[in-house]
Ligand binder design. Sequence first.
Ligand code: GYE
Length: 345
Amino acid sequence: MKKLAVITATLLLLPVLLTGCGSSVIKEEKEEETVNENLITVGFSQLGAESDWRNTNSVSMQDALSRENGFNLIYKNGQQKQANQITAVRMFIQQAVDYIVLAPATEEGWDSVLAEARDANIPVILVDRRVDVSDKGLYSCWVGSDFELESKKVTGWLKGFTDRRNISPENLHIVNIQGTIGSTAQIGRTRGLANAARENGWDLMAEVSGDFTENKGREVMAALLKGYDNINVVYCENDNMAIGAIDAIESAGRHVGPNILNGDIMVVSFDGVNEQSLEFCKEGKISCIAECNPLHGPRVKALIESLENGETPEKFNYVDERLFSSLGIVRSVEVDGVSYTVEEP
Ligand code: GYE
C-alpha cells in the first residue's frame, strides 16, 4: 500500500562525495521530498561515509532505489553515529515511509527504535551489518557478507603462504588494525583472526581499532611500529586502513611486501573496492585481499519487491565473494570444506 502524503524533510545538506568508482557520486540529502502515490517511499539510514566500500554502497542503493525504478528514496547519512541513525529511523517513522532500510553502525542498542517501527507497521530491511536484538522479528530480513568467512579465507591464505615458505607459526608476529568496534564486520573479521592465531600458534600481538578510515589506519600503524619492533604481518580489517598503514610503514623506512623473512612487513586486507588497494595488491604491497561486495542496491530492491508481492524473503541473504592475491604462491584456500580459488586482482 502506497501512502498519500506530502512530506517535508529538512535535512542537512552534505557535500557531494566522490567515490572510488568511476564518476558515480552520492547524491546530496535533499531539502524537500514530495511523495507521489505511485512511488514506494524508502527511508535509508546509511551509517556514514568512512570508506570507499561505503561510498560505493551508497551509490548502489541510490541507483537501484531511484525514481525511474519506482522509488522515492530518503537517504540519511548517520556520520558514523548510532544516535544520528536512531533519529533518522524515528524521522522515517513520523514520515510514514513504506520501508525502512538500515545499515547499522554497530550491533547493540536497536531494540527500542525497531520496536517503534514495528508498532508503526513499517518493515525494516537490514543491509551490510546486523543488529543484536532479542527479537529477530523486529526486522524482516538482512542482506550482506559473511565477515567471518572472509576472515577465514585470509587466514587460510596466510597459513598456506607460511606452509609453502616454511615459516614456523611462532615467527608470525601479527597486529590487527580493527574496524569500528561493535560492528558486524569488525566482530567477524576479528574473531576469524583470533581463532586462526590460536589454532595455528601465531603470535597475535595487538588489536587496535582504526575505525575503518585511512587516517586512523595511518595513525594506529605509526603507533604500533613504535610499540613493537618485530611486526611482520599487518591484518587490516579494510583496505582504506591498509592504505593508511602502508603509508605509515613506508614513512618509518620499512618495506611493505611478502618477504617477511627478509625484513618486509606483509599487509593483508578486506574489500577489494578501492582502485588503489587493488593496484597495491597487483604490486604485492597488499599480499591478499578478501573481497567484500558493496553492491547491495539491486538486492535490497529485490527484497522490497518480494515484500510488496506479499512474499516472505529469506531472513539472511549472503553474497558470494572472491579472494585476491597476485603472489601466485597459494592457488586455493579451503574453508569449512569449500575450496576458494585465489584470483588475480
Ligand atoms: O568492509 C568497510 C566499511 O561493513 C562491510 O565497512 C562493511 C565494512 C567495509 O567501512 O570498508
